[in-house]
Design a binder for this molecule. Sequence first.
Ligand code: ARG
Length: 481
Amino acid sequence: MPSGGSSAGTPKPWEHAKSGQGSGSDPLAVRFVESLSYDKRLYKHDIAGSTAHARMLSAVGLITQAELQTIEQGLGEIEAEIDAQGESWPGWKTELEDVHMCIEAALIEKTGDPGRKLHTGRSRNDQVATDLKLWLKEACGSLQSRFDGLSRAFVGLAQRDGRIVMPSYTHMQRAQPILVGGELIAWLTAFDRCWVRFEALQKVNEGCPLGSGAIAGTGLPVDSAHTAEALGIGAPTPSSIDATSSRDAAIDFVYALAMTSMTLSRWAAQWISYVSTEFGFIELDGRYTTGSSMMPQKVNPDMLELVRGRCGGVYGDLMALLTICKGIGLGYYRDLQEDKRHVFNAFDTVASCLEITTKVVATTRFIEGKINEGLDRGFLDATGLAEYLVTRGVPFRTAHQIVGRLVGRCQEKGLSKLSLMTLDDFNQACADTRGRLETCGPDVYQWLGAEQVVQRYRSHGNAGVTGFEQQLSAWQSRLAH
Ligand code: ARG
C-alpha cells in the first residue's frame, strides 16, 4: 500500500495535509468509520442546509454572487442526479465517510473553487446537527399525517360497528357493559396523545445549529440568523457547544416513537385476544392474516403480533440512543454518528406499524352476533343495579353489599342473570342487609341488562351511548377539515 495517502479510493480532502496515512488507507477502517450507508437518506436536508449556508456566505460577502450561483446550480444538479439515480449515484463513495462529504466532493468536482468555499465557517458537526433537525421536523409531520389516517380508520369503524354493545374487562374479568365505540374512542384518545407528542416536539427541535462550526463558532463574519431564517427550524442556537454536542430532540423523538409503539402494541394485544376463538369478537380481513405451514385450519393475526413484537426494537433504539449520549460531555464525539441508526430504525419501524395498523383497523369487523351471545354472562349489570339502589337512597357501600349478595343468590338458584330474579328476591336481599323492606320498585328491571346499562352512563367520557356519540361527533368534525 502506498504511504502518505488514501489507497481505498477518493482521498478525503482534509487528509491531504496530513503527512501520515489516514483512515482511508485500510479498507477495514473505511468500512468501520463510514455512516454513508445509513445517512445518505439525509441528502435533501444536507443540500437544503448547504444552500442556506451558501446564500448566507454570499449575503455577508464571504463568497461572490457568481460563486453562489455556481454553488446553487451544482447543488441543484446533484440533488436531481440523486433523485434520479438513488443508491447508484456515482458520487456515493464510502471512503468519503458520509453524505456530507460525498455531496461536497461532488460539488467540488463540478465547480472547483466555488465548491471549495462552501465549507467556510462550517463544520460537519454543525452540518450534521442541522441536517438531523431538518429531517426530524419533516419526520414529525409525516408521522402526524399517518396518525390522521389511523384516526380516520378508527372513526370509520366506529361509525359502522360502534353501537354494538360489548363487555369491558378489568383483570381480564368481565366488568361493565360498553359500546364497541367506547373502546374505539379509547384507542383514538391514546393515539391522539401520541400525535400531540410529535406536535410538542417541533418546539424542542427548534434552534438552528448552522453557524456553530466545530464547537466554538467562527471568527469569520457569518450571519447565523440569515441561515436560520431560511431553514425554518427556529433562531440560531444560543450555544455553539451545546448545538454540536446534544441530540436531545432526537431522543425526545425516539421516546415519542416508543410511546407510539407501546400504544400500538397494547392495541395489538387487545385485538389478538378478540380475534381468538374464545372471544370471537372481531374478524380480520383475510389480507391481514396468515396461515400455518402445518395446521391447515389456522388463520393467524401475524400482522398484529408483529406490531406488538417490533415494539421491542423501538424500545431498544431509545435505550441505545440514551446510552450513546450519556457519555458525551461537551463537544462532538464520533459516538454521535450512531444516533441516526437508531433514529431512522425507530422511525421506519413505527411508520410501517402505523400503516399496517391503519389497514387492519379499516378492514376489521366486530361480530355482533358472537358478542351478543355472551352478553348475559358475568353479571355486567351488577354495578348498574347498585347505582339503582343509590337512586333509592341506599348508601353505595350498602348497595354494593346487597348486589354482591344478590349475585350469590342468583348463582345458587342456577340463574344466569340478575333480571331473572323476582322483585321479592331483590327486596329480600335489601332487607337482609339493611333491615328494611321494599327498597326496590318494578322500575329496577329498567336498570338491568347490558343494553339498558349502556344507555344510562352520563359521566363525561363514558364508554356508553352518550359518551360515544359525543366523542364520535367531535372526532368527525375534527377530521372533516
Ligand atoms: N458522519 C458524522 C456523523 O454522522 C458527521 C460528523 C463528523 N464529524 C466529525 N468531527 N468527525 O456524526
